[in-house]
Design a protein around this ligand. Structure first.
Ligand code: SF4
Length: 187
């Protein structure tokens, strides 16, 4: 299990330890102050998995969404889903963060930011995203090679290795594993 993380650290953690799928949704949320349902589920459950508690999660989403839709609409239409993800509404199921397999198999539509960038981005967008992350050009070519052969999780593993400077022998199979492996190296 993961230790609790605090809301004030989240921007820094997104830069150092989020896999590209989560980093992309996080950046889009900050930019648009909105994410569609698929993104709210994928990012929301990931954040729960990294240890953001319910109150902090509500504060996090409220801060962004209220800039776009206003506080009242946020409370009425969106707060429910967040509580739902934490098992506080509806069937009270404790929802589990999505695995790479589930994310790679998803089918994001226009305007969606969920999914796996290695699988769902155009080559041009993926190259730009890797460069923003700080992946050097040689590592980027290795990543693109894996993507061309549809080895998306291997591509993500190579990204992890390029950014952390150490091998990830187990390979990446879950965004929350990417996060916890990264934190182990950085601390
Ligand atoms: Fe996210 Fe997994 Fe894709 Fe990496 S391989 S970007 S962790 S879904």
């Amino acid at each position: 299990e993961y230790a609790e993380i605090s809301l004030k650290d989240i921007d820094q953690l997104a830069k150092t330890s989020f896999p590209l799928c989560m980093r992309h949704q996080f950046d889009k949320l900050k930019e648009d102050h909105h994410l569609k349902h698929g993104g709210r589920m994928q990012l929301g459950l990931f954040l729960k998995g990294v240890g953001l508690n319910l109150d902090d999660a509500l504060a996090f989403w409220r801060a962004e969404f209220s800039k776009k839709v206003g506080l009242e609409k946020f409370e009425k239409e969106y707060a429910y889903t967040i509580r739902h993800n934490y098992g506080k509404e509806g069937k009270r199921t404790d929802y589990t963060p999505y695995s790479c397999y589930k994310i790679i198999s998803s089918t994001p539509g226009a305007g969606d930011h969920h999914g796996c960038p290695y699988r769902h981005f155009s080559e041009e967008n993926l190259r730009a995203a890797l460069s923003r992350m700080g992946v050097n050009s040689r590592a980027t070519e290795d990543v693109m090679n894996k993507v061309r052969n549809r080895h998306y999780q291997v591509a993500c593993t190579l990204t992890f290795e390029a950014l952390h400077g150490v091998p990830c022998d187990a390979g990446i199979n879950h965004p929350n594993q990417y996060f916890s492996d990264s934190q182990k190296i950085l601390h």
